[in-house]
Design a binder for this molecule. Sequence first.
Ligand code: ZN
Length: 155
Amino acid sequence: MAVATLPADELRDLYKSLILAHAREPRNYGPMAAATHEARGLNRLCGDRLHIYLSLDGDRLSDARFDGTGCAISMASASLLTEAVQGMPKDEALEFGRALIARLNGDGDIDSGALGDLRALEGVREFPSRVKCATLAWQTLFAAFESGDDVATTE
Ligand code: ZN
């Protein structure tokens, strides 16, 4: 059955289980020895701490990994990020991240179909304090490209 044909409450449950699945068994978890870009992120409100590792091959992301500790949403968001950006050109990953953050803050115009599994995070829009948990991984990805050793925060 296509996801789009499910009623809204079933969709919500599906996305909740997707978030829990990623939080329990994060994809691409653990440090990367040969990262070309990396940064740490901290969400003080919740205590989420992430370390994002990226490997750029030319202008394309050939690998993305993370580790850290935090709530289910922050862990799932980082896990989803590492899957979403594999093989993406750097500029596309940055644009995608900005569009997703705008969407989670309620003012984005990205089509939710373009988000793929990251639609699972849209539920946080109902809980403003959780938006920072969901966006931390992306803020950390931006920081990895911008500087290197700075700690990204959601403040
Ligand atoms: Zn959190």
